[in-house]
Write a protein that binds this ligand. Structure first.
Ligand code: SUD
Ligand code: ADP
Length: 268
């Protein structure tokens, strides 16, 4: 069975407070986008994990796909499987690619072996492996609070809008990015802005709190954001902890990003 774990963007991202468990409470709209990996899992004689495409840093045995399989195997009598991941979505980019692979592994194993797990149960498993992971179970636009695992419906539909995502090949570690933040309560409620304000006001009213440090430190990230506005985006921002930047457009944009930038363009 093959699935295509897709990335996400953050529309507004406020870091509210540091918690006693070391994590931060956040507020954000998580929105799925079409840039995706390919993940195949089939029953096999012996367990194996292989990957192709972009090199994944770290030991393959600790890949989130492997950890998801092991977590389920502790509770269910799962047979050995062969997992192959073709990695396409840039890593350390703020697009949740690894988290998506993790969530899609749970969904695929649930279907393949008819485990009967509900979405909520899979979200609980996914939350054990990463704050972003539970979102990719339902994989729908949602208002997110808590550590990233508490969901509330949001009245927002960007279907048909054009999006360009650009990754300046700059790996940002999520843990380090959080460590550089001073949490604060936002002046404006981003959910209210997303649901009620016209798109052209988002530019001044929605904020990704990670931008303050990253845009100053890495000029190429700030340049990408500026370029998207120059090309007519109604909203442009860094996503997650960076360094990927997206622009959302009413019309199909004509962008040239040049060398050293990995990009993807599609429709929301
Ligand atoms: C910043 C966000 C926003 O969507 O996205 P990405 O940039 O990763 O895509 C997420 O909060 C990232 O979630 P995720 O990448 O799953 O993080 P985790 O693996 O759970 O945690 C990595 C590290 O980030 C910090 N962390 C993460 C989430 C959170 N709410 N508070 C934190 O302080 C902790 O230091 C933790 O050890
Ligand atoms: N399947 C996977 N794909 C990508 N990264 C993975 C995966 N499994 C584990 N990782 C680890 O997770 C880290 C970043 O994950 P990713 O979700 O791609 O980035 P981000 O947190 O910026 O959204 C990498 O440093 C990598 O070592």
């Amino acid at each position: 069975m093959i699935v295509f774990p897709n990335a996400k963007i953050n529309l507004g991202l406020n870091i509210i407070e540091k918690r006693s468990d070391g994590f931060h409470n956040i507020e954000s709209c998580f929105y799925p986008v079409g840039w995706a990996d390919a993940l195949e899992i089939i029953p096999a004689e012996a367990f194996s994990f292989t990957s192709s495409g972009i090199d994944i840093p770290g030991d393959p045995a600790s890949n989130l796909c492997v950890r998801a399989y092991e977590l389920l195997k502790a509770d269910f009598d799962l047979p050995p499987v062969k997992i192959h991941l073709h990695k396409v979505v840039p890593i350390g980019a703020g697009m949740g690619g690894g988290s998506s692979d993790c969530a899609f592994t749970f969904k695929l194993l649930n279907e393949l072996f008819e485990l009967g797990l509900t979405s909520v149960q899979m979200q609980e498993y996914a939350a054990k492996l990463g704050s972003d992971c539970p979102f990719f179970i339902d994989n729908k636009p949602v208002w997110v609070t808590g550590r990233g695992e508490v969901f509330e419906a949001i009245n927002l539909d960007l279907s048909g809008k054009y999006i360009v995502l650009a990754y300046p090949n700059l790996h940002v570690s999520t843990g380090e990015a959080y460590a550089g933040i001073t949490p604060q309560i936002p002046q404006l409620n981003a959910k209210q802005v997303l649901e009620n304000e016209p798109y052209d006001l988002w530019k001044d009213k929605l904020k990704n709190d990670f931008e303050d440090s990253i845009l100053v430190k890495y000029k190429q990230v700030a340049d990408l954001k500026e370029y998207f506005y120059l090309k007519g985006a109604f909203y442009a921002s860094m996503t997650g902890s960076g360094s990927a930047v997206f622009g959302i457009f009413e019309e199909d944009p004509n962008v040239y990003l040049g060398e050293g930038i990995t990009s993807w363009q599609g429709v929301l």
